[in-house]
Design a binder for this molecule. Structure first.
Ligand code: ADP
Ligand code: MG
Length: 250
């Protein structure tokens, strides 16, 4: 589904991504692990069009998508979750979902208002879809809650929910479990697995919680110092000398 060929992203003289190559199989839930500073988030940001690469190539189903902006990738079904931006905190959970079909979440408030005007006639259908998404994620009772009042884990579910408002094909989740309690982490894991099984979403998941990775991800890719070190099941990765060294070295 996604192929990354010899990707580099330099910040000045610093090589955050330093010749990474990998493939994401369609229909997989692929885990991306590695020590802090390995370049995982930077790799995501380059694939998702948030940062331009220094060099290298990214293809999606064989088509070159290198350097395409996030809104173009959004229309191709490639989504990266974003934290709920500050200006959306005063809106309800339902409203946060309803603005998604107008464009990639994280766009300016102005663009969102324009989009809202355009889609007003479809509002009832979009609200119905938003309620379906909330039911799927088991947070329908929070529909009228302000986003600001959600717990960390509930916000993560809302971020995931936004990808369900459009027909996503592949979703990139960066540290989906950070600061999330065990119960909600299980809910998030279930949602990811059901979206994968029932709607055919492909996922690439960065997460430090190895139980979470081991439970839902196959294969797992390990990065260190901007490069891909190893790929395999979590057990294979954990037994890999280079992976052990990379973790011990930090
Ligand atoms: P990870 O997500 O694996 O922890 P990151 O991709 O966030 O790693 O960061 C990789 C390295 O690149 C880190 O050393 C980080 O400090 C550096 N880095 C990330 N973004 C920038 C930036 N915008 N400017 C300069 N250095 C950056
Ligand atoms: Mg990171």
């Amino acid at each position: 589904m996604i192929e990354v060929h010899d990707l580099h992203k330099h910040f000045g003289g610093f090589h955050a991504v330093d010749g990474a190559s990998l493939r994401i199989a369609p229909g997989s839930i692929t885990g991306l692990i590695g020590p802090n500073g390995a370049g995982k988030s930077t790799l995501f940001n380059v694939i998702a069009g948030v940062l331009p690469p220094t060099s290298g190539r990214v293809t999606m189903a064989g088509e070159d998508i290198t350097g395409l902006p996030p809104h173009a990738l959004f229309h191709k079904g490639l989504l990266r979750t974003f934290q709920i931006a500050h200006e959306f905190h005063s809106m309800t959970v339902l409203e946060n979902l309803m603005m998604v079909p107008g464009g990639q979440a994280g766009e300016s408030l102005w663009t969102t208002w324009v989009a809202r005007g355009r889609i007003r006639r479809e509002e009832a259908e979009i609200a119905a879809r938003a309620h379906e998404v909330l039911e799927f994620l088991t947070i329908d009772h929070l529909a009228d809650e302000k986003a600001a009042n959600l717990s960390g884990g509930q916000k993560k579910l809302l971020e995931l929910g936004r990808t369900m408002m459009v027909d996503a094909k592949i979703v990139f989740l960066d540290e989906v479990g950070a600061g999330v309690n065990r119960t909600l982490l299980n809910t998030i894991a279930d949602a990811i697995q059901r979206l994968n099984a029932e709607r055919g979403y492909t996922f690439v998941v960065i997460e430090h919680d190895m139980d979470f990775i081991g439970r839902i991800c196959d294969p797992v890719i390990c990065m260190a110092e901007g490069k891909v070190l190893a790929e395999g099941t979590l057990d294979e990765i954990k037994a890999d000398e280079r992976v052990i060294e990379a973790y011990l070295g930090t």
